[in-house]
Ligand binder design. Structure first.
Ligand code: ATP
Ligand code: MG
Length: 442
């Protein structure tokens, strides 16, 4: 992409309304535009990151056996009356009427709708386990929308729903999502710690929030330092092997970790002081087993091997892709701007032409741009006539992992400079060696 033809509305000044660094940087880097309270447009740069985040989520949901669908945002109140939640949900729900005065709502979550789909088709245990997910906008009329996309009112959510014959099956489904989440967040360069969360009237221990430690997090969290060194399963992990998956979950739930609501001072006291980590955290995912909470009132049953009908045992599994973008920035930035992990970077490489219009610089840049693009790299080519200082500041602000700097002096010597955004390290390379150095040689 040539920057001269791109839409990258960089802000020079720090936006006053932004209280936390990720919100400030997303506005300054031209990633988002606020449209109303807690609602945002993803501008081109932001949309590219969102797509990469969603792609990782999809790949890991699919790997764990979940199937993607897409449910509508608008739902009928009737459906929510069946579960009893229409009245219970309160003011967070946006309620709407259509021209026939039918009561509708903008979905804050989809348990009811997915249960309705399930009960319409699935009648036998032989069709289980089943896990359906979608990535769709949600609306919640939050009391305090703030921090940009971190707590919006309209935000994107990946929500998955599992259906099983009994508790044992539901637990295995829960474990698969647990492991899938570990892999998902790691691939985004994040250390997410699964913490015991409140199960309310459902009871049991199958509820975890996945938390990123960050000073600006909204929750107070407590965990053992061991979490920082636990290994995350690789991509060959076998989701078809229940005991292998259960072992991973045991490994990841043994050290102490809890959010404020679940904190146990006695257990905390048992941990050596130097091993305690008491910090702020951002919730990026939440998995929850709720058994028959919806299947019973909504009559979602299957025939079991015993010939009898059983209410299915369910769980739900949420991740916030829009919140994740902000969480990644909170975890990875410096004074000059964002530092994207390669897996979610909007472009792989920023190619900076220090003297656009200079025939030699233009030729070297055009050739590099063509070669790197042909090799499958996403390149943002700064071909504008801005001064070099401004170009460097923009490149650092938007945080692409690599910067390739092409100037008249280097070009005369057949050389260009490569800068690593994370380490700040610079190396001078012969032009001919660039593609190979960036893993893009033919
Ligand atoms: P919170 O406690 O932060 O309000 P929640 O418990 O209401 O979160 P869930 O209903 O479990 O969240 O939703 C699943 C995921 O959706 C969360 O883990 C988070 O990543 C994301 N999410 C929830 N609310 C918002 C919001 N207002 N803005 C952006 N993302 C959100
Ligand atoms: Mg909430």
């Amino acid at each position: 992409m040539r920057l001269s033809r791109y839409f990258l509305p960089i802000l020079k000044e720090n936006p006053r309304e932004a209280e936390i660094i990720s919100h400030r940087l997303m506005l300054r880097a031209g990633m988002i535009r606020q449209q109303g309270q807690g609602s945002f447009t993803m501008l081109p740069l932001g949309k590219r990151v969102l797509d990469k985040v969603c792609r990782i989520i999809r790949e890991e949901q699919d790997r764990a056996g979940a199937l993607e669908i897409l449910m509508p945002t608008i739902q009928s109140a009737e459906l929510w009356r069946e579960s009893g939640r229409y009245d219970a949900y309160g003011k967070e729900m946006l309620r709407i009427k259509d021209r026939q005065e039918r009561e509708l709502l903008y979905g804050p979550t989809n348990e009811e709708m997915v249960t309705e789909i399930f009960r319409s088709y699935v009648k036998s245990y032989k069709d289980l386990p089943l896990n359906l997910y979608h990535i769709q906008w949600k609306f919640r009329d939050e009391v305090r929308p703030r921090f940009g996309v971190m707590r919006g009112r309209e935000f994107l959510m990946k929500d998955a729903y599992s259906f099983d014959l009994n508790y044992e099956g539901a637990k295995a489904a829960y474990y698969r999502m647990f492991v899938s989440y570990l892999r998902t967040f790691t691939r985004m360069g994040l250390k997410a710690i699964p913490m015991r969360a409140d199960t309310g009237p459902i009871g049991g221990d199958l509820s975890h929030e996945f938390i990123i430690l960050a000073e600006t997090g909204e929750s107070q969290v407590f965990c053992h330092k061991d979490f920082l060194d636990l290994t995350v399963p690789g991509e060959n992990v076998d989701f078809g092997n229940d005991s292998e998956i259960a072992d991973i979950v045991t490994h990841w739930t043994t050290p102490y970790a809890a959010t404020d609501e679940m904190h146990d001072e006695a257990a905390w006291g048992q941990i050596a002081e130097g091993d305690r980590l008491s910090a702020r955290g951002i919730e990026v995912g939440h998995i929850f087993h709720f058994g028959e909470k919806y299947s019973k009132p909504m009559n979602a049953k299957v025939q079991g091997p015993d010939g009898k009908e059983h209410f299915v045992s369910m769980g739900s599994y949420g991740i916030g892709p829009t919140r994740l973008i902000a969480a990644i920035i909170e975890a990875s930035h410096d004074d000059n701007g964002i530092i994207w992990p390669e897996s979610v970077a909007p472009f792989d490489i920023g190619l900076i032409n220090m003297k656009a219009g200079d025939a030699q610089c233009d030729r070297v840049c055009d050739d590099l741009y063509a070669a790197l693009t042909a090799a499958g790299k996403d390149v943002l080519y700064d071909d504008t006539d801005q001064r070099p200082g401004g170009k460097f500041a923009t490149a650092d602000l938007i945080g692409l992992p690599w910067q390739l700097i092409v100037g008249p002096r280097g070009v005369a010597a057949g050389e260009i400079e490569l800068k690593n955004r994370r380490t700040g390290e610079r190396e001078t390379l012969p032009v001919a060696a660039v593609a190979k150095r960036l893993g893009a040689a033919a």
